[in-house]
Design a protein around this ligand. Structure first.
Ligand code: ME8
Length: 498
């Protein structure tokens, strides 16, 4: 058994969870479930980023302490993940005592070894992004509320690691994926790399982790938040656990936070003499009318509303099927309805109904026994096995949308097989022939359903339970028990009527 450690970003606790957050988290959940099925010892981490200016301001506005504010707001993320069947192993909050202590230890060590120094600095500061920006970044225009600030601060010697990080990226093809993002970071590193300001004076911001070597300052939110990936798995506390899970196999995120993860984080790790993560994977954005979905623009779709209306599986399915990993994708209600109706209601749901009705009507709710196989039967088995192998190989390459398509194509094969064999006709003359057709259809349905389990865990469990199977079972033909009395389920994916 090998270990597999996967993480999502720590979402800003102030924001209400939207489709973008849901996408990354569902993707991590799907990958975790796929890896578990392949017998990996998976650790799946998610959580919330709870310090900083915006949290402090939001708490002041609500007239509560920042701690009360985050304790209340974190439940919105936890409830959403519960509703969406996110099976994480640990939920970390940057306000956890353990996390804060690890951050302080790291700061202390880096200060002692001279990796952090004190200096006066005059520069451009983006209040909205809570960080100093370069002249070039200001000219590019994506930063708001820019002020010129002159103050004394602590700096991490990030510039010192410039050639080392370039070398690492160049010699590790899978360190940043997809390739386009890797090129983007290598392009960014062609410019000067500044040292990183890692403190904020308390006169400006008090809601943060206090610097262990100067009580008048708190830690810059990114320097604090990135450390979660190691503090959550026992860094400097549970050495055995840390050495087992680290380095992370996948840090998942969207392309908006590439620089912090591909430059700040690795250089911080280098300064601490810690191995770098294996892969940083940046997926695309969910767009609404060609603009990124984000709270500040106010064009967000709330996942809970969709999940309440159509079920969490329907939402998980749409998000996984409609985004090609790495590319942007547009969210529209009409594409949601279309996808649901064509794949889940028609191809899958109707097939489940059809097979279950055939079994209840003609075989007294029992899976029929199978007789001799003919050419068409063997063709079905071959084609289903081909689709299954393609699905597994695509899942392995993280081409989740292709893996789903291969799995759904199994249901289309079964539908066609049933049309060709018409067991509702043959049953009158040859019960064994019809029974064989129905047995093979139910068995192929079982295989397709197990393949879709990581994407739609709730509905697939209902179907598998009804035939006394489980997602852990083998996906080869011949596993389904003959003469088994099944629980008939009806209308598993009711059509969405517009
Ligand atoms: O950046 N499409 O938190 P955040 C796809 N706290 N994914 C999206 C998305 C969209 N329109 N919008 C958000 C932060 N996401 C920091 C991270 S990590 C140590 C600290 C997802 O709440 C995507 O994963 O802004 C993106 O990278 C993340 O939410 C940003 O979350």
């Amino acid at each position: 058994m090998s270990k597999f450690y996967i993480t999502t970003p720590l979402y800003y606790v102030n924001d209400e969870p939207h489709i973008g957050h849901a996408y990354t988290t569902i993707l991590a959940d799907v990958i975790s479930r796929i890896k578990k099925k392949q017998n990996n010892d998976v650790f799946f981490l998610t959580g919330t980023d709870e310090h900083g200016q915006k949290v402090q301001e939001a708490a002041e506005k609500r007239n509560v302490s920042p701690k009360e504010h985050v304790d209340e707001y974190v439940t919105r993320f936890k409830n959403t993940w519960k509703k969406l069947n996110i099976d994480y192993d640990y939920f970390i909050r940057t306000t956890d005592e353990n996390h804060k202590n690890r951050v302080k230890e790291i700061l202390n060590n880096l200060y002692k070894t001279g990796e952090i120094y004190f200096d006066e600095y005059e520069g451009l500061y983006s209040v909205s992004e809570e960080r100093f920006i370069t002249e070039k970044e200001m000219e590019e225009g994506s930063f708001r509320e820019i002020k010129k600030i002159k103050e004394k601060n602590y700096f991490f010697k990030m510039s010192k690691y410039k050639s080392k990080i370039i070398k690492h990226i160049e010699s590790n093809e899978n360190f940043i994926l997809p390739k386009s993002r890797r090129n983007e970071i290598l392009g960014f590193l062609k410019n000067d790399l500044n040292d990183l300001c890692i403190s904020r004076p308390k006169s400006r911001l008090s809601w943060g982790i206090e610097l262990p070597f100067n009580k008048d300052y708190v830690t810059y939110v990114w320097f604090d938040a990135l450390i979660n990936y190691i503090s959550a798995i026992g860094y400097n506390r549970d050495h055995k656990k840390f050495n087992y899970y680290w380095p992370a196999d996948y840090h998942l995120m969207a392309k908006d936070i590439l620089t912090t993860h591909c430059v700040y984080w690795p250089t911080m790790l280098m300064a601490c003499n810690i191995t770098l993560p294996k892969t940083i994977f940046a997926h695309g954005w969910w767009l609404m009318n060609d603009t990124k979905m984000s709270k500040s623009i106010g064009n967000v779709i709330k996942p809970l509303e969709l999940a309440d209306k159509y079920g969490s599986d329907a939402l998980r399915y749409y998000l996984m099927r409609n985004m090609v990993l790495g590319q942007d994708s547009s969210f529209t209600i009409s594409s949601f309805n279309e996808r649901y109706n064509s794949d889940l209601a028609n191809d899958y749901g109707n097939l489940v109904n059809r097979i279950f009705i055939l079994i209840s009507k003609n075989f007294n709710n029992m899976i029929p026994t199978k007789g001799e196989l003919d050419l068409i039967d063997n063709q079905l088995i071959n084609n289903v096995e081909k689709s299954r192998d393609l699905a597994l190989s695509n899942y392995n390459k993280l081409k989740i949308h292709d893996g789903i398509e291969n799995s759904i194509s199994i249901f289309r094969l079964i539908n066609k097989f049933l049309e060709d064999k018409a067991p509702w006709k043959t049953i009158k003359k040859d019960k064994i022939l019809a029974g064989t057709t129905i047995y093979l259809s139910a068995e192929a349905l079982r295989i397709g359903t197990i393949l879709l389990y990581p994407i739609i865990p709730e509905k697939s469990k209902l179907i598998l339970d009804s035939i006394e199977s489980s997602h852990k079972d083998k996906i080869t033909f011949g596993e389904l028990k003959e003469n088994l009395t099944i629980k008939i389920i009806k209308n598993i994916f009711p059509r969405i009527e517009n």
